[in-house]
Design a protein. Sequence first.
Length: 102
Amino acid sequence: MEQQAMTRETWRQAYGELLRAAERCGLPAEVGKLLAQNLKSEKAMRRMTSYLVNAHPRTMEDVADEMIAIMEDRAHWIQKKQAEESNGVYSAWLNSDRRGEE
């Protein structure tokens, strides 16, 4: 339970940092909220915050492009982890004694 509370707190911190970074770039507060809503994870929000702070994007299109790139990276990572898990289950089955029974 304590770990879950800490995770929620770090997520809230990342959310707040993203909103502040978006506002410092001159973006409306609603845009910061939409960024966080689409990015979802703490890591993705921190990555966008870093982009906003360091790149100083000039247009909304630049911000949207970066958000999409981060979302695509996250989707690929999730897909890779799912494939690794499936491969692990399949490999365990191949190496098990039950394989010959089926």
